[in-house]
Design a protein around this ligand. Structure first.
Ligand SMILES: Cc1cc2nc3c(=O)[nH]c(=O)nc-3n(C[C@H](O)[C@H](O)[C@H](O)COP(=O)(O)OP(=O)(O)OC[C@H]3O[C@@H](n4cnc5c(N)ncnc54)[C@H](O)[C@@H]3O)c2cc1C
Length: 621
């Protein structure tokens, strides 16, 4: 059943960025009609759905300045950055922090720690000598943001994921969405879209083998990346992968960002430090990869040198926020932070892409707009502001809400595409087709297959043959399996949509990895056939876009000239990986049998090549 709605702004994804977009859009122009769509339920959805214990990267004077954010991002992206976007983020951090206190109705010094002068007390974590991490008692954050959104009067449509951003004349004009519970379709005519769908986290398979056990929020299967691509947006850094260190078997974060600023660090079983800093970037992932490849795992989070008070502080944060199951998990394994080698970490190597933890996403400018007029992006799906985590999602989420409101207030209703009704019927028929299929392939099987291929062929170290195979498999699954997939419920039907997103994002990851003919960002884009950074790729984005004929097109683009001269490299070296297989294996088997195998040749001559005997038609008497 169809419902056509009218809005000025549609926000797709009500996580951290999306909720802030709604709040700021309302503030900028309370007269605008704002619709908020989420795949899940706004109160608990997204990466920060269960609360958060820190804003990993923010600039708050006097501890740190906007330039410090620029310095960090310049370094961790190895110079491939629009510094003006980073600076803009740094500038608006203070207002975001003040707003969050107000939205959560918390006093200064209660939600975030302050020093004796009343300044927010930031901590050190990053691979530059500046404090940029702000601890937070944010267990209630998401619920408070959701409450504030509902108070704006925005129409919140939970469990109604968007499946398409519609354009007319190259500009945003609508959003197609489906309610997972009722199966009702919504076409929402709109002037602007704030795309805040989070990371493409559910991409590769976790080493645990769990299909659902991913680090990112499970709903973040790259829909936003795929929808933006289909709508004509440009995406960058899709070859700069995200890979996480997890708490072994728990599938949650490694606790590093809670423990590292408080004196913990990672060691191997010989108590050797695994890396020089505790920040999650391509160089430290390379270090973890090397440890495991050399058989020098596991990796432990070393905390037994900390005093009792600090251990209790870490326990309180670890067990109360983000993952409330973590305390129980440790308890049932008798893992006590006071003992050596108590907390085992796993380098999951589960590849995905994310603008918040890494650099991949839709290219945006200082106003958060993409190359498609009316399409704004923020948070983990945003490739314009890398490594900005929750702070970036909140601050830039607010900014795009404001910017989208200014844009929507100033333009007339966009024209709709011609033949809209017929097009909507066609879209619905295509979307629903898997529901009617008898005896088709289960969605979980196809999802497993797609993600297993992503993991097998895309996991660094990369080589061109693996990358080609990854792209080939994405297309083959699209052609061969998608037409046979069977959905048994509405929920299952949406899984099919998610698989389509996984295939599109997987292909982007493969093609941009092939296109960037060098290695960069440590583990994140390591090609064994080209294991070095190349000068011609300095400052260069790989831009992916859907071509006129529907093909994936890739191009090199120089990122804007830097205003600030900060270091543009991390410290790591790519290893030489030609392992010696030893004298026994060098020899190879002797060839002694006849070259033409007459017995088999006789069979071939009699029966032909293609058909095994059991399939041959019986001769009639
Ligand atoms: C386990 C974990 C721990 C973290 N710890 C920290 C930390 O301590 N500090 C820090 O700064 N950062 C941390 N981060 C990162 C931070 O949570 C993210 O950067 C931030 O939440 C991103 O916000 P977002 O709004 O972009 O995405 P999300 O908050 O993930 O929201 C995306 C939303 O989009 C919705 N969605 C997806 N597809 C669709 C669709 N098709 N239609 C409609 N809705 C859709 C999802 O349901 C979800 O609600 C952590 C992340 C994780 C996963």
């Amino acid at each position: 059943m169809y419902h056509v709605k009218q809005a000025d702004i549609v926000i797709i994804g009500s996580g951290a960025a999306g909720t802030m977009s709604a709040i700021y859009a309302h503030r900028a122009d309370p007269g605008l009609k704002v619709v908020v769509l989420d795949k899940s339920k706004m109160e608990t959805s997204g990466g920060a759905g269960r609360g958060m214990d820190a804003l990993n990267t923010v600039a708050l004077p006097p501890y740190s300045q906007p330039e410090d954010v620029v310095e960090l991002m310049t370094k961790v992206t190895e110079g491939i950055l629009d510094q003006q976007v980073a600076y803009r983020f740094g500038e608006i951090c203070p207002r975001m922090v003040a707003d969050l206190e107000q939205i959560m109705e918390r006093e200064k010094g209660d939600l975030f720690p302050v020093d004796e002068n009343g300044n927010y007390r930031l901590m050190y974590l990053h691979p530059i000598d500046k404090p940029l991490l702000l601890p937070m008692d944010g267990e209630e954050m998401k619920r408070a943001l959701a409450h504030a959104v509902r108070q704006t009067g925005a129409e919140v449509m939970d469990r109604t994921p968007a499946i398409k951003i519609v354009t007319s004349g190259g500009k945003v004009c609508g959003v197609l969405a489906v309610n997972i519970r009722t199966g009702h379709y919504y076409y929402i005519k709109t002037k602007a879209v704030c795309l805040t769908t989070g990371a493409a986290g559910r991409m590769g398979l976790a080493s645990s083998g769990y299909l659902a056990g991913t680090y990112e929020f499970p709903g973040c299967s790259g829909d936003g990346y795929a929808m933006a691509y289909e709508a004509g947006a440009e995406l960058v850094n899709m070859e700069c992968f995200q890979a996480n260190t997890l708490l072994k078997d728990h599938q949650g974060p490694s606790c590093g960002y809670v423990a590292a600023p408080r004196g913990a660090y990672t060691v191997n079983p010989w108590d050797e430090r695994t890396w020089s800093h505790g920040y999650s970037s391509g160089d430290s992932k390379m270090g973890a990869w090397k440890r495991f490849t050399q058989g020098r795992g596991p990796i432990y989070l070393k905390m037994d040198h900390l005093d009792e008070q600090m251990i209790q502080i870490i326990e309180k944060i670890q067990w109360g926020n983000e993952r409330t199951s973590r305390g129980l998990f440790h308890q049932s394994r008798e893992q006590n932070y006071r003992n050596a080698h108590a907390v085992e970490l796993a380098f999951a190597e589960e590849v995905g892409v994310c603008g918040g933890h890494s650099s991949s996403g839709v290219l945006s400018d200082t106003t958060g707009v993409s190359n498609v007029p009316g399409l704004y992006v923020a948070g983990d799906v945003d490739g314009g502001l890398p490594h900005s985590y929750l702070g970036g999602a909140l601050a830039m989420g607010g900014l795009i809400g404001e910017e989208a409101a200014h844009y929507a207030s100033g333009i007339p209703e966009p024209e709709q595409r011609t033949g809209l009704k017929a097009w909507l019927r066609k879209e619905a028929a295509e979307f629903e087709a898997p529901l009617g299929r008898e005896g088709g392939l289960p969605t979980s099987l196809v999802e497993f297959k797609a993600r297993a291929r992503v993991q097998y062929y895309l996991k660094p170290p990369k080589n061109p043959v693996f990358l080609e195979k990854a792209a080939w498999w994405m297309e083959r699954i699209r052609q061969e399996d998608l037409p046979r997939i069977q959905a048994v419920s509405l929920h299952d039907l949406f899984k099919v949509q998610e698989i389509k997103s996984i295939l599109t994002v997987g292909e982007m990851m493969a093609r941009s990895s092939l296109f960037r003919e060098e290695s960069r960002w440590g583990y994140q884009h390591w090609r064994v056939d080209m294991p070095a950074k190349k000068p011609e790729w300095e400052g260069v984005w790989v831009v992916i876009k859907k071509g006129e004929g529907g093909e994936m097109t890739l191009a090199k683009r120089q990122s804007p000239a830097h205003q600030w001269e900060y270091p543009t490299s991390m410290e790591y070296a790519y290893p030489d990986l030609e392992f010696d297989t030893g004298p026994m294996f060098q020899k190879g088997p002797e060839w002694k049998n006849p070259k033409d195998d007459p017995w088999m040749k006789a069979h071939l001559d009699a029966q032909g090549m293609a058909t095994p005997r059991r399939f041959m038609a019986k001769e009639e008497n």
